[in-house]
Design a protein around this ligand. Structure first.
Ligand code: ZN
Length: 60
């Protein structure tokens, strides 16, 4: 029988849609979301940095 696949991520046996099991799919989705958060956090940081720099210069 060659109807079974293996999860590409955890190598678990079974027929999975897209070759990835539900658990790994959820993990990948979660990671993708976290990445988006990280980008937003980074943007926030640079904004704050600029703000402090300007304040320092202005405040003297
Ligand atoms: Zn898996």
């Amino acid at each position: 029988m060659t109807d079974t696949n293996r999860c590409l991520v955890c190598a678990k046996d079974g027929a999975f849609e897209g070759g990835i099991c539900d658990l790994c799919k959820a993990i990948i989705r979660g990671e993708a979301l976290e990445h988006q958060h990280q980008i937003r956090k980074d943007a926030d940081h640079s904004l704050h940095k600029e703000g402090t720099d300007l304040g320092k210069k202005r405040g003297g």
